[in-house]
Design a binder for this molecule. Structure first.
Ligand code: ATP
Length: 345
């Protein structure tokens, strides 16, 4: 397959397993974000792809070639790691030209390529500027241009935007994604910021404890989380313990969840339902009874907290669809069956 393939990759440090039997295919030209809590193994996995760490087991293939034994500088990679700062004594153009100079590319060609890369990162004419006189976002763009100078096959970035303030980071996420799409370069980014991953990625790889818990498109990860960890980690959700009656119909706190059955053999199951899918109605009827405990108006969204026999459930609505309720009021809570995702434990 053209692109990157990780085959049964593990990494152990002494007795500790940082990456545990990971398989992943990254088709050529796609953008993958590795996402997960601190210590889940995402940087270790990226370092193995880069050749900076050697896998304890498994193989790494790039365009069908086994690159596992190949040293970093021969893998044809572009890298932007948090620790790889720009050279402060070189100006912008010299920084970008550095990899070209090391490779012995002719001076004229270096200049042509630097100009092209400066255009690409929206900094035309900045070649002579000292890097000390750049803003944080501009520095990041220069680091990206330097990493792309040799037109690598694979572009690897570790938390590339984490040092930037929130507004700039959001703008740079869009820019990085557009740049990647225009170049069609296979790109892997490590991040702990789920919004960043959802903005940029074709495929989000959610890791925990050294394992991949789910690898899928952002929408699929959000709408169809594979397990309780992914459901809880991505966005906000209601995780509810449902039981099955004798006809496998799902019940919550003794009330049937209309239209939902649990898989055969499951007496209980955890179900994820996103707050925007929870509806409120008049109490009584088929809906599940609850009591409003708190209303949080965030301007753009309104969060309504409902107590259902000791379990807190959150419903989110837009201001236009604001439920006409007050704290202490009894309401009916509708959990639409099609929005309930039965999770693996
Ligand atoms: P973060 O978001 O905090 O950077 P991460 O998901 O990138 O976390 P890794 O840096 O891959 O996590 O580390 C995974 C685990 O492996 C951690 O528990 C870490 O302490 C351990 N680890 C990483 N490198 C080494 C090493 N060289 N020697 C021993 N343990 C290591």
């Amino acid at each position: 397959m053209s692109g990157l393939v990780l085959k049964d990759i593990s990494k152990r440090f002494g007795d500790f397993t940082a990456v545990d039997h990971v398989d992943l295919s990254v088709p050529h030209g796609t953008f993958v974000c590795m996402l997960g809590p601190s210590g889940c193994g995402k940087t270790t996995l990226l370092r193995m792809i880069a050749g900076l760490d050697e896998p304890s087991e498994g193989a790494i293939l790039l365009d069908d070639e086994d690159i596992t034994p190949i040293p970093t500088h021969k893998r044809n990679l572009g890298m932007v790691f948090q620790s790889l700062a720009l050279f402060p004594h070189l100006n912008v153009g010299e920084n970008i030209a550095y990899p070209l100079r090391i490779r012995g590319v002719a001076k004229e060609e270096q200049k042509r390529r630097v100009d092209e890369l400066l255009q690409m990162i929206h900094l035309p004419g900045y070649g002579d500027r000292p890097v000390a006189k750049l803003s944080g976002g501009q520095r990041q763009r220069v680091a990206i241009a330097r990493a792309l100078a040799l037109s690598p096959k694979l572009f690897l970035l570790d938390e590339p935007l984490s040092a930037l303030d929130a507004k700039l980071r959001e703008a740079m996420q869009v820019e990085l994604r557009q740049l990647q799409q225009s170049l069609g370069i296979t790109t892997i980014v490590v991040t702990h910021d789920q919004r960043e991953a959802m903005t940029m990625a074709d495929t989000v790889v959610v890791m925990n404890g050294g394992e991949i818990r789910q690898a899928a498109s952002p929408v699929e990860i959000y709408r169809n989380p594979a397990d309780t960890f992914v459901a809880d980690f991505i966005g906000s959700t209601n995780l509810l313990e449902l039981s099955a009656d004798s006809a496998r119909r799902a019940t919550f706190r003794g009330k049937p969840v209309a239209g939902l059955t649990l898989p055969a053999g499951l007496a209980k199951a955890s179900v994820s339902i996103r707050p925007e899918d929870v509806h409120l109605t008049a109490s009584g009827g088929d809906a599940i009874d609850g009591t409003i405990t708190f209303i949080r108006d965030l301007g753009g969204t309104i969060e309504t907290f409902i107590d259902i026999s000791g379990q807190n459930v959150v419903a989110v609505s837009t201001p236009r669809a604001r439920p006409d309720v007050t704290v202490g009021q009894k309401v009916g809570v509708v959990l639409p069956a099609e929005a309930c995702v039965v999770l693996k434990q």
